[in-house]
Design a protein around this ligand. Sequence first.
Ligand code: F6R
Length: 366
Amino acid sequence: EKNGYDHFMLKEIYEQPNVIKDTYRGRLHANEGIIKMAGVEDNLQKFLNAERILIIACGTSWHAGLVAEYILEEFTRIPVEVEYASEFRYRNPIIRPNDVVIAISQSGETADTLAAIKLAKEHGAFVFGVCNVVGSSISRETHAGAYTHAGPEIGVASTKAFTTQITVLTLIALRLAQAKGTMSKSDFHRHLQELELIPAKVQEALQTNEVAKAIAAVYKDAPNCLYLGRGYNFPVALEGALKLKEISYIHAEGYPAAEMKHGPIALIDEQMPVVVIAPKQEHYDKVVSNIQEIKSRSGKIIAVVTQGDEQVKALADHVIEVPYTIDALSPLLTTIPLQLLSYHIAVMRNCNVDQPRNLAKSVTVE
Ligand code: F6R
């Protein structure tokens, strides 16, 4: 059932072009300029009247929520807050009837997320679920929702769940932007068309496998690793670091690139690998200066760049090239080589990739 792959994780990484397509199938009609999602359409007024969107999740799903925060605010101008479910439920949170809560969960069984949903419902909020497992507790407990259609995710480290969650949340953001008129018609169409190209571009991004493997061989014994990104790719840095720590047991931290000078820069020396997500988009020049700061302190730079990039290539020790896409969709591509890098490092360290120590696929206790 691993389909010839050594591990479920690798199989699931490689399934991403297809499952992203499954996620938007029947929902995205790029040529007609239509996004159809029953759970959103049936509750459109609730979304349009939302004074605020609260996103609650844990782990990788929380990272998808952070990407969605950037996308939803940019496209719809609705204020968004992203909360760890465990913090939200225990801090007497402010929940108003006009809040829309989006709960994100692959398994649909995470205890803290489930409890946070119940709390939000008690306060009268409308709760929308983004789950992968059909019929799961969270999908039943929410008022409405949209499944990710990623298929069973067996590897404990979440991969295809993450990219399909982002896909669903992007579709929602685009539909709301259209309904609110907060995005120009031409931008809307451009995003729909670009979204349709994502599976093929993810397929291309998967061709970085050999490069990722070669880089893994160089850094597999590193005790620490930093991940940096800005804007839409800041959450990708967090997710890259989580993937590395959970399956390879290397200490890794993700940061917004500009926060480096407020502390983490003290860690940089010739021993420290720094993975910088630096696609050609807004803030590119700022990321280039962050890379220069790392280089002048002899840090080892592994950069994820847009195909054809020259500037970062001249500075970095290693580059991994992914196809170009528009800014908001770039996490769907930049995430791929980071998944592969973690995977190969874990394999080279003889770690149990699919079942890392101390971890469970569904966290049904708080
Ligand atoms: C990381 C990972 C966990 C889960 C988290 C939430 O790879 O798998 O961090 O993302 O436990 O799980 P779900 O999405 O099932 O609520």
